[in-house]
Design a protein around this ligand. Sequence first.
Ligand code: G3P
Length: 217
Amino acid sequence: MKFFIDTANLDQIKEAQDLGVLDGVTTNPSLMAKEGITGKENILQHYKDICEIVDGDVSAEVIATDFDNMISEGTVLANLHKQIVVKLPMIKDGIKAAKYFSDNGVKTNVTLVFSAGQALLAAKAGATYVSPFIGRLDDISTDGLNLIAEIRQIYDNYGFTTQILAASVRHTMHVIDCAKLGADVMTGPLSSITGLLRHPLTDIGLEKFLSDYKKGN
Ligand code: G3P
């Protein structure tokens, strides 16, 4: 299972990268705005800065909602760095753009996916990643994890190679449940990764090992 971090915060990206388990980064316009990154040139530079920190794929989202502008914007993003994945919204023109980029060897991430049918379309269009938002489904009393299970079953039935990127992951249990269900990738906040480290018995056990060592040395 790949671990992506879902942020545009460079310090948090560095911290996850330093841990040695980071496989990539996802961003979106809201996450960029949260870090105060505004203006086209600053946003493009920020994507390049992120690519310099991590080794894996970095999703960069288009703002355009029509095919022609998605293609021109996505092409600029893809040309920024070899690690850039063009992130496209799950709308009609987004699917057309995913097909175009797939045919032209550009990696894509179809985002804002909330149903199995949308995920099926993304796979048919040849998307590299599909991003079902599990936390936002949970927010409206709908089981986000069930969507991961449905997509896994459909993709496995037909051998689709589109990777299921569980997005809108909020906490460690989302990560563990997505791993059980066979999501290819999860993307979440730094806390959803570092939280996996913690267990009180680990801390108690380590303290005892060290105090027993000190007794004999
Ligand atoms: O990866 C999608 C993500 O950025 C949305 O997360 O927590 O805003 O639902 P959230």
